[in-house]
Design a protein around this ligand. Sequence first.
Ligand SMILES: [Zn+2]
Length: 340
Amino acid sequence: MLEKSKQIRNTFYEEANKANSIQELAELRDSYFGRKRGLLTLLMKQLRDVTPDNRAEIGKELNELKLELESALERMKGQLEVQVLNDRLASEQVDVTLPGNRRLLGHAHPLSQVGNEIEDIFYSMGYSIEDGPEIETPYYNFEALNIPEHHPARDAQDTFYVSDSLLLRTHTSPVQIRTMETRRPPLRIICPGRVFRHDNPDATHSPVFHQVEGLAVDEGITFADLKGTLEYFLKAFFSERTKVRFRPSYFAFTEPSAEVDISCFVCSGKGCRICKMSGWIEVLGAGMVNPAVFNYVHYDPERYTGFAFGIGIERFAMVKYSISNIQHFYESDLRFLEQF
Ligand SMILES: [Zn+2]
């Protein structure tokens, strides 16, 4: 039995050297101290069969072996626990030099940016910024702007009617009428906002879009003031090299009226795809306020003159950034929006 004890001690240490985890260590303990099949347990049971003469010596030896192996198992368990903790600390270590996760930052929509830019330029010229309702009466949207009943612009195909007596404004010009009703000249205002027209969405049309309309009224305002103001604005918005051209046109609200073109900044006037080979790009409509409009707001047309203009914010953004489809502005596609 002493021989057997020696053998158990040797195999225990051999196997203990191979145990690399808490789990393997537990299995090792079980194979020596297990209640039914543990090698040391079985050996100690055999002590009963030993002759009384030898029992004291062998019992002492087996008890020493038991204590030795138990303390060895405790020691190894402690070492393994330290190792597990160290491994975990190493694997969970934070490398502060690694780049962080990039979070997408929001910013102003391109239409807001262009709108703000337009507002800033006119604000610097002494214009105030006015606001008004999006749901209007036909009087403010049409009649007071010299657009009588049966005028093509009133056609139901162009206008969203909320009821017989209310509609969604088709331009921001009603704000000009409302402002003139409450203030006396001199007046220099711009009216930015959403407008609504019964158009099917396509590359150049949207049923909802954004305008900035402007109005200046004072004694002695002439077409030259209109030209100078718009030239200054267009050079400030597009570039100092921009050339500006006025072509005769017709709007009910103004007389005379003009379409305003800028020289193509892509080809500098030689002709390209952007300007449809003409060298010019149409950007806005303008004109001198029709004296008939002043009658509606009780301004004396003999004393006051004024000019007005209408800017499409989408149009300006599309021209400035060479965007070919107006729908990009409304699709909330980050691949598009992140470019601004
Ligand atoms: Zn061109």
